[in-house]
Design a protein around this ligand. Structure first.
Ligand SMILES: [Zn+2]
Length: 275
């Protein structure tokens, strides 16, 4: 059940319950308990907090750890039942899991061309960190082209592509409504603004050879922030999509993302879910 239960410096206990949940306790002037991701645990956090406050200031770290272990045990089943699975597979064969949208916490933002974009909360936070690192270290300014889409929005995009590019290209490029990874909130499409202020936005411009180097720099930083490149070159038969340098997928765990990126495999291959 628990992968680790260790003491760190400064009176901090960290217990990793599973991929989705982690309990942290800081003993100090004010005893504080964190359960991560907090959004899954609105009620339990409050319960834990009250219980710990009742135990008072003089409680030993060992007693505190045993208490947290008990609390974590209580909540770990809730975590799996109610949390979102950041490794979820949604593709042409796998539909968005039932009840997914109820568990999703969404952030809405406007991009540089004034479009409203939505993304799952942690995905958006990771995107911000990625954008900041790219700006600071590489002078690359990325923007969100699209993030989470509802089924209705996916339908609208599908219809637009049919008109603009025809059915054959649309089938290769756009997901059938209900089967788009964008509906998870964990997939984002990027565009960028070059140093001279040019917005490079459309697919046909983003794939120009002059920008290969920009994409390389972006892709190098993905895993560190919990992202993978989803639609790889040469893996079209597995993903069902052409190569898309802009389509990122948040999977939360940087170590797993690193492994996937280093091996150069698709999420389908990593999960053993070939079509
Ligand atoms: Zn996309």
């Amino acid at each position: 059940m628990f992968k680790t239960a260790d003491m760190q410096g400064n009176g901090i206990a960290v217990i990793t319950i599973n991929r989705l949940s982690r309990v942290e306790f800081t003993k100090g002037r004010r005893n504080r308990l964190f359960i991560s991701p907090q959004t899954m645990y609105n009620e339990p956090v409050d319960d834990c907090y009250r219980l710990i406050e009742m135990k008072g200031e003089d409680i030993t770290m060992n007693r505190m750890i045993s208490f947290i272990l008990a609390a974590a045990l209580m909540f770990s089943t809730t975590a799996l039942a109610e949390g979102i699975d950041y490794m979820v597979l949604v593709n042409k064969q796998h539909q968005l899991p039932e009840g997914w949208e109820d568990a999703l916490e969404i952030i809405k933002v406007k991009n540089s061309v004034g479009e409203e974009v939505e993304a799952e909360k942690k995905t958006y936070e990771a995107y911000l960190a990625l954008a900041e690192a790219l700006e600071r270290e590489d002078g690359i300014h990325i923007e969100l082209d699209s993030g989470r889409r509802s089924v209705a929005e996916q339908q609208r995009i599908w219809d637009n592509y049919i008109v603009k590019y025809g059915e054959e290209y649309t089938r290769k490029t756009v997901a059938v409504p209900g089967y788009s990874e964008h509906q998870t909130g964990l997939a984002i499409d990027l565009y960028f603004i070059t140093a001279d202020g040019t917005t490079v936005y459309y697919n046909e411009d983003l794939t120009k050879e002059e920008y290969f180097g920009v994409w390389d720099k972006i892709h190098e930083k993905l895993a560190k922030h919990g992202f993978i490149l989803r639609y790889l070159k040469g893996k079209e038969a597995i993903t069902g999509y052409d190569y898309e340098p802009w389509h990122l997928r948040y999977i939360d765990d940087p170590a797993v993302a690193q492994e996937i990126m280093e091996k150069g495999v698709t999420l389908e291959e990593y999960l053993g879910q070939l079509p």
